[in-house]
Design a protein around this ligand. Structure first.
Ligand SMILES: *Cc1c(COP(=O)(O)O)cnc(C)c1O
Length: 227
């Protein structure tokens, strides 16, 4: 068994335990395996072990890996979890099933246009900058509910959930609680929150999707600026 498969099983077991401890139904939390920076050879064993939902943070990198893997494995669901530039909306709509990072009017407009043009069905999340960090993507929490409504009413986009990345080094609990409250205000069901270091906490706060990378695939090289 590859390391990644053993670690996948461990993450799944931890999610199941966190569901039980939170009194939530088994299987109520979806695991998004974050495969950014890992190549097709590293991802294939995890697909062979049955994982079908994956997250990538760059459109170009995902385009290089996933069309081929999709031919090998049926039923793959791909989530875009990194910032989307409006000039990449066309490629993103063609490749991804879920975009978790809708965070401004221009992106909503571009996505709506491409979804209509390509006749695709995409599931969408609005990213919320719960820590109001200047360098981080995401809409201001105070504007989240109104933005979800504008996506629906102005752009005809059905948003199904909210997503957040709490500030590094902070207790994530208050950020998860805020996202849950904002989702209720905005009338959306899904909560994408929790990463390798805090996914069990996120399950306790109501996450419906956790995005777990390094706990499955191992460490990544340090970040390089987006091309
Ligand atoms: C990389 C990334 C993750 C996964 O992070 P890990 O700490 O490796 O689990 C989750 N969400 C987003 C938005 C990411 O960019």
């Amino acid at each position: 068994m590859s390391d990644a498969v053993a670690q996948l099983e461990e993450v799944r077991a931890n999610i199941a335990r966190a569901e039980r401890e939170a009194g939530r139904p088994a299987g109520s939390v979806a695991l998004v395996a974050v495969s950014k920076t890992f190549d097709a050879d590293a991802i294939r064993p995890v697909l062979a072990a049955g994982q079908r939902v994956f997250g990538e943070n760059r459109v170009q990198e995902a385009q290089a890996k996933w069309p081929g893997l999709r031919q090998e494995f049926p039923g793959i669901e791909l989530h875009l979890i990194g910032p989307l530039q409006s000039n990449k909306a066309k490629e993103a709509v063609a490749l991804f099933d879920v975009v978790e990072t809708v965070d401004r009017e221009k992106i909503a407009a571009e996505l709506a246009k491409e979804i209509a043009r390509q006749g695709r069905v995409l599931r969408l999340y609005v990213q919320v900058n719960t820590g109001l960090e200047p360098q981080k993507a995401g809409i201001d929490p105070r504007e989240a509910a109104a933005f979800v409504a504008r996506c629906r009413d102005v752009h005809g986009l059905a948003v199904e959930g909210l997503m957040c990345i709490p500030p590094a080094g902070e207790n994530p609990g208050p950020h998860f609680a805020l996202l849950e409250k904002l989702a209720r205000e905005a009338g959306v069901e899904k909560l994408s929150m929790g990463m390798s270091g805090d996914y069990a906490t996120a399950v306790a706060f109501g996450a419906t999707n956790v995005r777990v990378g390094s706990a499955i695939f191992g460490g990544r090289p340090p970040l390089t600026p987006a091309a």
